[in-house]
Design a protein. Structure first.
Lengths: 694, 673
């Protein structure tokens, strides 16, 4: 993430579509930020965005000329929703004959091996719509059995008769040699015009047939819905006087043209959470935390998302799962935990207090909403009764909140185990904190993160409330709350760079790769990156484009890969010794040991391209010159009841140092400063919490 | 509020907090091991584990993110009691079943224990184990069904300090390195495990710094008490009484004599059960023996009850507290409680069989709440290549299980069985890049399932060719080639497992349980796993589901008519009239509601043709001989049993009279006198 802020000449719009609300973050040409929320329109994805744009146009004093020049990056929530609900295209799958059950058997294992009722997720394509085709290519990419095009056409015709709207082809080793997939597609398109065909080697050429097939299928399944939304947005923005092309945010935290994205929408499945993490990284940079290592914590109504930023940039992973499916494309690594404001508080048969995974959802919501069908105690009720939330300000003050009902619900839980409602509230917060901490530790260990060198950015409705508590539990001493923590994904989208990921499959022992093959691999991936940048940069002022190379490598016989940063010059010069040394070093760094004598394999060459774009100037500091007087409220925390000072966010002076226990209230969130923590303001208006800084 | 009430209230909150804190530690340890381990066993099949252990040897926190749950709660006391001089910085290792009273159950598992001292006082142990791909022995990978003694199975390491007060015992490292086939990879796994242990210790120290040591100590024991209490809640649901079931490993690889396991499961009504395996066969001269040390609690023989608890509990906690409610009664010198020096490499098959046997007993106790029998094998295929320089490389090619049983209102899992369902397969594209293999088929088998209202899972077939003439193939863990997965409550047995070779000229040869195969060019090796057993009367299966299976090509129209009484019309829709007629003919009401017996009544079990025929012919003879051989000293029993049984099968006609069997035994005794 680039911390250099250029005075901008044009406005920036970022959009994030959630289940209930659509957030729009708009910087006008003078850098003034406007954030609005409008109701989402799940029946017509994209419509809420256009309605929000209408409202923004009314609110903003932006000139028509500047408005027309706006850079706008849109949400792709439609992609993930379509996949979760499985409402996308009806698909057929062609595989290498003999492997019809690639989807049914999957990776053999089940989600919860100790449970007799655990089953693999139902495949996206049932067995009846999967057909084998005679052909075979081996691991070296050599043709073992030529493609029987006639059998491919016949199978495709049968699948067409079954009502398949799109056919996907995934043949063995097509990542290494896509010839058969391409030939089969050409033959089917020739003989069966009108039946679209997609091939797995086009979507993401990586080994592992089940995962690659899944990726291609997911891509095809969601594509029509994403295309429909793209069409609506492209036309709608033009009608609203915007002359620049529409872009969409991607799962890697960057963006690309909606037209490009519609070809490979699978790269946008996690764009919402990814934009949040990218927004968190940007907010940290704006606050002066340049190149920081961060854990991000986004706590919403039903779940908490944890992400990692290393050296100022979101950490990508190719092992994410979205709605039951493994997704191999590089994605901002976000792990979701079923713990949010709506998570239900209950006790198990031994009397232990438990949180979730069941949630009250938005309707009926926590007991304090007082809605019909409600009355079950949820975390929001606990926050309320512990005095952490202000009943007058909850839900932005839009809705009446009933503390008495929260109390009654917590009383019902506590009655079973001899706890007072206050004790349940306090205990539930402690348990939720432990859960978030436990999951964070596990997730971050998986990402190879040593938290002791990390700081935290917290956002979402409840993130700032629990941030310092979770930070303490995971030994993190600094927490940043962005200025507008409720709309960080939209802000992230507004500030996105062009980010592209590319892969060149190799899958060979390093000692078998001569200078020519390394050079060839470099050329292959160079032409991909150059082509993409040329297409994507249209209408943008790319300040500079950086391509970073890495290799996925492993020791011979090792079960998985280590990502090794690679210098372009090594590839150009065919310097495999340098690559090998870099691999040993990377292994040593990651795991504390390396094996210099063991042969290494180079699985894939990868490239990540960042096209850096001008950014909106940071929002001007909106702090009071003189601090307002806090009010006092009793808050209950970790078994103690204390007097907490309650501040309005707008009333905090720039040079304030506020020692906990204190609470900061603002329109879209509440920040808790526990005992032992000190709150200050950053340059960009973010709140900084530091432990032991009194 | 009284002090006791206050304590209880605090416990209500603290328990869940510490459950999370401990879980975070063991899971973090696991990730470190998994990320940095070198061998496929640890990485892909996730055959490793981590836990925190009380000084008394109970695992109070166990990782839930890896592949192994058959070791949850393993009694650790023998490993701890091996030393009286534990000191900070020590790490002890062992892989020896016979000096640890069955703490370890085969040599490939290496256990690590590291003590945690606080102010000079022992608080707990940090534990990890990894499955070591090769620990020496007579075959690559160390495990072979034909092994007769543990000496053939590799290097035995009795509890030894690998680190003494933080100092590495290099001599020990050298001994290990010089006794296994791929020392670099093993050392990689060892290094990864040490990193994991160290992280666990560091995290515990942070915890103690934040809370105090007494709070942490109290929480340790509360984890166990809570798991025990939750388990009792579930097990109280088993009506008091005793339930019996018999299972067989159909032969012992080294002889054609079946191995019998017997179970009397008693629910005491207080939330505990006893699994009495008295009557199970003497230890055998192959590697199926389970060296449990006769422990009262042992996870390897308790998998079904543990899974049941996890399945039926609202908030399961996975630790040794579960095992406190499962008491084992194990006859000494038997294959479920083997003595030195019985071979034990392939004891997983014994775990699988005892698992299914427990399901069989539970089927009568709590009908509908446990699945029918599963394919019950784990045919692990590995390919070893030796280049002409003599360097051997072994690649684990895949594991073929089969289908799991139907039940709990669900069809059985296809292509995987519950006790081994944590295992992942190896993608064809990954395998072919690493080993000289060309896969031809990896597919579910049509009509392989045990029919049932909730049918069994479908079996699976892996067919592959070896492309390097120097390579050979080892397949271990095959079973249920005759005694297939059983159905229950009106459900049917499935097809059995199989192994065949299709030669270049097209002829197919049945290679049965042969474990080592040297392929000829063009040979296609076919390793099959049978289906899972069905649950409930198949004539009561929802016709729409039957139709779905037909459309998916998994059940043939002929079988649908015969087994399920469902006929499809020409347009592919259900022919309602024909279906009603077929079902009426079978005597089924067509009512899909439960007709399974409740309470203590015996459940009808369909063992399939192989076992049914054998039972009719030889079961009684087998039982007579089993009783007779009790008169021999323990180490001679199996030999006597095998000789006598083989003689009986040879000399007597099927289903012989009791008198004839006794006469035969008398003769044998005279010969041996």
């Amino acid at each position: 993430m680039d911390n250099q802020r250029t005075t901008q000449a044009r406005p920036y719009l970022g959009v994030d579509v959630g289940g209930t609300f659509t957030d729009l973050a708009f910087y006008d040409e003078s850098g003034e930020l406007t954030c609005i929320k409008v109701a989402s329109t799940p029946a017509t994805p994209g419509l809420s965005t256009l309605q929000g744009v209408n409202e923004l146009r009314r609110l903003s004093s932006c000139t028509d000329a500047a408005w027309s020049e706006m850079s706008h990056t849109h949400s792709n929530t439609v992609a993930v929703n379509c996949l979760i609900e499985r409402t996308g295209a009806k698909l057929g799958l062609l595989v290498t004959a003999g492997f019809r059950d690639t989807l049914e058997i999957a990776r053999m294992t089940i989600p919860e091996p100790a449970r007799y009722d655990s089953r693999r997720p139902v495949p996206l394509v049932p067995r009846r719509r999967v057909a084998g085709v005679e052909e075979r290519i081996d691991a070296e990419g050599r043709v073992v059995k030529p493609l029987d095009a006639e059998s491919a056409i016949a199978a495709a015709a049968r699948l067409g008769e079954l009502g398949c709207e799109i056919l996907v082809i995934c043949f063995l080793h097509s990542y290494k040699n896509p010839a058969h997939e391409r030939e089969a597609r050409a033959a089917i398109e020739r003989e069966l015009p009108g039946l679209p065909v997609e091939i797995s080697s086009d979507v993401w050429p990586q080994a592992r047939e089940f995962e690659r097939a899944t990726l291609a299928l997911v891509n095809a399944h969601i594509r029509p819905a994403v295309e429909r939304q793209a069409k609506l947005l492209v036309g709608g923005m033009a009608e609203r006087g915007v002359g620049t092309p529409a872009r969409g945010s991607r799962s890697n935290g960057g963006m690309e043209l909606l037209a490009t994205m519609a070809e490979r929408p699978v790269t946008a499945l996690l764009s919402g959470p990814a934009a949040g993490v990218a927004g968190a990284a940007a907010a940290a940079a704006d606050a002066g935390w340049t190149g920081a290592n961060l854990m991000t914590l986004d706590v919403g109504g039903t779940s908490a998302d944890i992400g990692v930023v290393r050296g100022g940039r979101p950490v990508l992973s190719a092992e994410e799962r979205v709605a039951d499916f493994p997704i191999l494309v590089p994605t901002v690594a976000v792990s979701a935990i079923g713990a949010g404001g709506g998570s239900i508080i209950w006790t198990d048969p031994t009397g232990a207090l438990k949180i979730g995974p069941k949630s009250t959802g938005a309707d009926p919501g926590p007991a304090c909403y007082g809605l019909k069908g409600g009355g079950v105690a949820a975390m929001t009720d606990a926050f309320l009764l512990a005095g952490l939330l202000n009943p007058q300000r909850l839900l932005g003050g839009r809705m009446k909140v009933h503390p008495d009902r929260a109390r009654r619900a917590l009383e019902a839980v506590g009655g079973q185990v001899g706890l007072s409602p206050e004790q349940v509230a306090d205990g539930a917060i402690q348990v939720a904190t432990a859960m978030l901490a436990a999951e964070s530790t596990s997730v971050l260990a998986r990402r190879d993160v040593d938290l002791s060198r990390y700081r935290m950015v917290a956002y979402g409705g409840a993130g700032p409330l629990v941030a310092a508590l979770v930070a303490e539990a995971v030994y993190v001493n600094s927490v940043l709350i962005p200025p507008v923590p409720g709309t960080l994904s939209a802000l992230g989208a507004a500030q996105a760079d062009l980010e592209g990921d590319f892969v060149q499959p190799i899958y060979r022992g390093l000692d078998s790769l001569d200078a020519a093959s390394l050079g060839g691999a470099l050329e292959g991936i160079r032409s991909q990156t150059a082509g993409w940048l040329e297409r994507e940069a249209v209408g943008l002022r790319v300040q500079h484009a950086v391509v970073e190379y890495s290799a996925e490598m492993r020791y011979e016989g090792q079960g998985f890969d280590v990502t090794v940063p690679i210098d372009e010059a090594w590839l150009a010069a065919g310097d495999s010794a340098a690559i090998l040394a870099a691999f040993h070093d990377a292994h040593q760094r990651a795991f504390g040991h390396s094996h210099r004598g063991t042969p290494a394999w180079l699985q894939e060459l990868r490239a990540h391209l960042t096209g850096r774009l001008p950014k909106p100037a940071p929002a001007s500091l909106q702090s009071a010159e003189v601090g307002g007087d806090p009010s006092i409220r009793n808050i209950r925390l970790r078994g103690k009841e204390v007097e907490g000072r309650i501040f309005n966010r707008e009333d905090i002076a720039a040079d304030s140092r506020i020692a906990g226990p204190a609470i900061v209230e603002q329109m879209d969130t509440t920040t808790l400063v526990p005992d032992g923590w000190m709150l200050t303001l950053a340059l960009n208006g973010a709140l900084i919490l530091e432990r032991g800084a009194a | 509020m009284t002090t006791a009430a206050q304590q209880a209230a605090a416990a209500a909150i603290d328990t869940e907090i510490f459950a999370n804190l401990f879980r975070a530690i063991v899971n973090e340890m696991s990730w470190i091991i998994q990320r940095s381990a070198h061998t496929t066993f640890v990485k892909e099949t996730m055959d490793f584990g981590t836990a925190l252990v009380t000084p008394e040897g109970e695992q109070f926190a166990v990782n839930d993110s890896t592949g192994v749950n058959a070791l949850v709660g393993t009694p650790m006391a023998p490993g701890i009691e091996a030393f009286t001089d534990w000191a900070p910085g020590d790490v002890a290792i062992t892989n020896d079943p016979y000096t640890t009273d069955g703490m370890v159950t085969h040599l490939n598992d290496i256990f690590f224990l590291k003590p945690l001292f606080v102010d000079g006082e022992l608080l707990c142990f940090v534990w990890a184990f990894i499955h070591c791909s090769d620990i020496g022995g007579n075959v690559p990978g160390s495990i072979d069904g034909n092994n007769r003694e543990v000496f053939q199975e590799g290097l035995r390491i009795k509890s030894t300090k690998l680190y003494r007060a933080g100092v590495l015992n290099q001599d020990m490292v050298d001994v290990i390195a010089s006794n296994c086939r791929s020392p670099e990879m093993n050392w990689g796994d060892l290094g990864a495990t040490i990193s994991g242990l160290n992280r666990g210790e560091e995290r515990l120290r942070q915890l103690i710094a934040r809370y105090d040591v007494e709070t942490v100590r109290g929480a340790m024991y509360r984890m166990l008490d809570r798991a025990e209490a939750l388990t009792r809640e579930v097990l109280k649901g088993i009506p008091p009484g005793s339930y019996e079931f018999v299972e067989y490993i159909e032969d012992s690889y080294v002889s054609a004599v079946p191995i019998r396991a017997m179970l009397r499961l008693t629910s005491r009504g207080d939330g505990s059960v006893e699994l009495d395996l008295t009557g199970s066969d003497p230890q055998v001269a192959c590697s199926f023996n389970m060296p449990t040390g006769g422990q009262k609690h042992h996870p390897m023989l308790s998998v079904a009850i543990m899974n049941l608890v996890v399945t039926l509990s609202e908030a399961p906690i996975f630790n040794a507290g579960i095992l406190r409610c499962i008491d084992l009664v194990l006859p000494s010198h038997s294959f479920v409680n083997a003595s030195f020096p019985a071979a034990c490499g392939m004891r997983v098959l014994t775990t699988l069989r005892v698992h299914d046997m427990t399901l069989g007993a539970l089927a009568a106790a709590i009908p509908g709440r446990v699945p029918a029998g599963g394919a019950g094998q784990l045919a692990v295929i590995s390919v070893s290549t030796a280049d002409f320089a003599g360097k051997t490389r072994v690649v684990a090619a895949n594991a073929v299980a089969g289908g799991a049983g139907g039940g709990l209102g669900l069809d059985g899992l296809s292509g995987a069985d519950y006790p081994t369902s944590a295992l992942r397969n190896i993608p064809v594209e990954v395998l072919e890049a690493e080993a000289p293999v060309l896969a031809h088929r990896y597919t579910l088998l049509t009509d392989s399932e045990g029919a049932g209202r909730h049918r069994g899972g479908f079996g699976v077939e892996y067919a592959f060719e070896i492309t390097d003439g120097r390579a050979r193939v080892v397949v271990r863990g095959k079973d249920r080639y005759r005694f297939c997965a059983w159905g229950v409550g009106g459900g049917k047995a499935a097809i059995p497992s199989f192994s065949r070779v299709r030669q270049a000229d097209g002829t197919e040869v049945d290679v049965g349980k042969q474990s080592v195969y040297q392929p000829e060019p063009g040979d296609l090796l076919i390793v099959g796993g049978g289906g899972g057993g069905g649950y409930g009367n198949p004539m009561e299966r929802d016709p729409d589901r039957v139709r779905g299976d037909i459309l998916d090509g998994l059940v043939s129209p002929e079988r649908a008519r015969e087994q399920y009484g469902v006929a499809l019309a020409a347009d592919g829709e259900i022919d309602r009239e024909a279906t009603a007629a077929l079902r009426e003919k079978s005597g089924a009401t067509g009512d899909a509601r439960s007709t399974t017996p409740a309470g203590n009544g015996p459940m009808e079990v369909d063992f399939g043709p192989g076992r049914s025929q054998w039972q009719a012919d030889w079961q009684e003879t087998y039982a007579i001989i089993a009783e007779w051989c009790g008169k021999f000293p323990p180490n001679g029993r199996r030999l006597a049993q095998e000789r006598a049984y083989l003689r009986a099968v040879k000399r007597l006609s099927p289903a012989p009279a009791r008198r004839d069997v006794l006469n035969l035994l008398e003769q044998i005794e005279e010969e041996w006198a």
